[in-house]
Design a protein around this ligand. Structure first.
Ligand code: ADP
Ligand code: MG
Length: 380
């Protein structure tokens, strides 16, 4: 059913508007966001779409077409962080974060639906937060710029839902541009749209969702984060972003702990890989980014140690089957990998990955081509 019709059926009136916000895939720059470094995501064609109307009575009604269950009814005065463990915490968290920031949100009716695969490392959660943030910004005339909306959405996820994520996912969903990757400085949220139109060059970027999520990942994010903060402390900088790539070797010599050394090497070298890829894209040398992606994977596998057998199998199989480069993307321990390939090789690489998964007795992966798509927008 169309999202407007769904809204009318639930709430008895037409919505004031309909908005969409995409999921994202990160090309390069992993775990660098909370180190105030650089990342380079782009938006997927998959989006969360929300039909929304204002309310004046403080009531917040939330419904997802994708979740079994009735409309969730809350009151804006009674929103408390970490109290709601259902999906509704994401949109409710955005209302809470806006109100915390001093914006008088007096309620809303929301009906949403999303095509972003959940739990695949493609940021279905950020899509959900950003679509609500943008809708309320427009309806309530808040006048917030896109990076501010991304910060609100991040605050919702960090403080209300209780997930310690960086700001990359929300910035990608809020600020991405069709045919471009988003070069984002996570220190000041300054952005640059870098042309990334693979189709016109005869190339494609595949997303391979391994459909697994290893329990090992729980707590690993916080552990890596703590290790990075420890590294920054020992090197006397506020964040690892402040360690210049040229000083990496001498910096590593000053770190006594092998674990911290590995984390620092990953972060500083991945920040450098972001800059390398930006330079290559600017120079039009797009095929040359392939090996840099693969280097990034090796760093995530061996230094940050957040890969898993399924992700390694995607990367190794893709590269052995003629891909230009490949790497895991997102938080790790499952989720998705990306593969850069000539368009003419896509079918054979996909087949090789599917066969390798079958031989390893892994669940069949979901493979699709990702085209850099628009960021969040009002649809009607
Ligand atoms: P990811 O962001 O990588 O997809 P997360 O665990 O961060 O994974 O977010 C997934 C959660 O977001 C889901 O468990 C659910 O609570 C919420 N969510 C995502 N899409 C929807 C949807 N269409 N309807 C309701 N909730 C959703
Ligand atoms: Mg998420």
């Amino acid at each position: 059913m169309d999202i407007r019709e769904g809204f009318e059926e639930l709430y008895g009136t037409a919505p004031e508007g309909v908005w969409a916000a995409p999921g994202r895939v990160n090309l390069i720059g992993e775990y660098t966001d909370f180190n105030e470094g650089f990342v380079m995501p782009f938006a997927l064609p998959h989006t969360a779409v929300a039909a929304v109307s204002r309310r004046a009575d403080g009531v917040l009604r939330l419904h997802s077409a994708d979740i079994e269950g009735p409309v969730v009814e809350l009151h804006v005065d009674e929103l408390r962080p970490l109290t709601n463990t259902s999906w509704a915490a994401y949109p409710a968290g955005v209302v809470w974060a806006l109100r915390q920031a001093g914006h008088a949100i007096t309620g809303a009716d929301v009906h949403l639906s999303s095509t972003v695969p959940t739990g695949a490392g493609l940021s279905s959660s950020a899509a959900l937060e950003v679509v609500i943030a943008l809708a309320l910004n427009d309806l309530y005339g808040l006048g917030l710029a896109r990076p501010e909306l991304a910060r609100i959405a991040q605050r919702a996820e960090n403080d209300f839902v209780g997930v310690p994520c960086g700001v990359m996912d929300q910035m990608a969903s809020a600020c991405a541009s069709e045919g471009h990757a988003l070069h984002l400085d996570c220190r000041d949220l300054s952005i640059r749209q870098v042309p990334f139109d693979l189709a016109s060059l005869g190339m494609a970027l595949l997303v391979v969702d391994t459909r697994v999520k290893h329990a090992l990942g729980d707590g690993a994010y916080a552990e890596r984060r703590e290790g990075c903060e420890e590294g920054a402390r020992q090197l006397g900088v506020s964040h690892l972003r402040d360690v210049a790539y040229e000083d990496l070797a001498s910096s590593l010599e000053r770190l006594p702990d092998e674990r911290v050394r590995r984390y620092v090497r990953h972060i500083v070298s991945d920040d450098h890989r972001v800059e390398k890829i930006v330079a290559l894209l600017d120079a039009g040398d797009v095929r040359a980014i392939g090996p840099v992606l693969t280097e990034g994977h090796i760093s995530l596998r061996d230094d940050l140690r957040i890969s898993c057998p399924e992700l390694d199998l995607v990367v190794d199989t893709a590269n052995a089957s003629g891909a230009l480069g490949a790497r895991m993307t997102g938080g790790g321990f499952g989720g998705s990998a990306i593969v850069l390939a000539e368009e003419t090789d896509v079918a054979s690489i996909t087949k090789a990955i599917e066969e390798a998964f079958a031989s390893a007795r892994f669940a069949a992966p979901r493979v699709f081509e990702a085209v850099p798509s628009p960021g969040a927008q009002r649809l009607s």
